[in-house]
Write a protein that binds this ligand. Sequence first.
Ligand SMILES: [Zn+2]
Length: 297
Amino acid sequence: MIIEKAGKIVEGLYALADIDLPAWLVTAETPALFDAGITFMGPAYLEEIRRVLGDENRLRWLFITHAHFDHSGTAPYLKRRIPGLKVAASRLASEIFKKPNAVSLIQSLSRDYEEQHKTLFGSEDIRFDSLEVDRILEDGETVDLGGGWTFSVIATPGHTRDGVSFYFPNIKALICGEAAGVPDRNFKIHPEFLASYKDYVASLEKLAALEVEIIMLSHYCILTGAEARSYLKRSLESTFAFSGRIRSYLAEAGGNQEHVVKRIFKEDHQDTGAIQQAERPYLINLAAKVKAVAENK
Ligand SMILES: [Zn+2]
């Protein structure tokens, strides 16, 4: 099944507020949030956390897949509003959050969305000012949230260098950021190898070996059952097809990466209208993907 609405996924697991942005709440004995959307969603997440948990102060942990603005955006706001909340991320992500340049980029990319959604936060201070990571997640470790809810941390670099995925064996559920690409409104899967094509394929192969019944994709939908079981293989196929397309466009353009970016932007974003991502982050990401293939990274 393809779930396109936020809300309860299964007992104890919720997609918060807006299915287009990742924020997954596991109630467990030790309630935890996984990823934290874009800045402007802060007050909406807080309200949902309060509604599901009864008291937002019961939320103990926020686990972040990677240091992108649309996965970590509300983390500083939630930390300000929930003083006991602790943040966990990979070592690399924790280092990225310490860099003033990275914080400026997060602020800058968030601003376009904040402009469009002012009514969602009003006068609340939703700023991404800084983010301190309280716990470093290691590849292969198991985290126990109590009540039968454990999950393993799987390093999945390739989309970014700092990426990790989370796998819950009790319900065979996977939270993977964009390590397995992003489907558009026509359910075409867009591969997201921004940092390294080779690492991305290796990570995706690792995920494809898992038994999955639920995949929480970061943007647009959640997959369950047959759709979940077939997705990771389809995602790998899309990855091979897309890199092949970039290679052939590069050959036609005499290696000019900018030409290839413009051509794919027109064909995939402008002509189809199926991609929800705003133009600026889409183009930044597309340029990175073309570069990863061109430089055989
Ligand atoms: Zn990302």
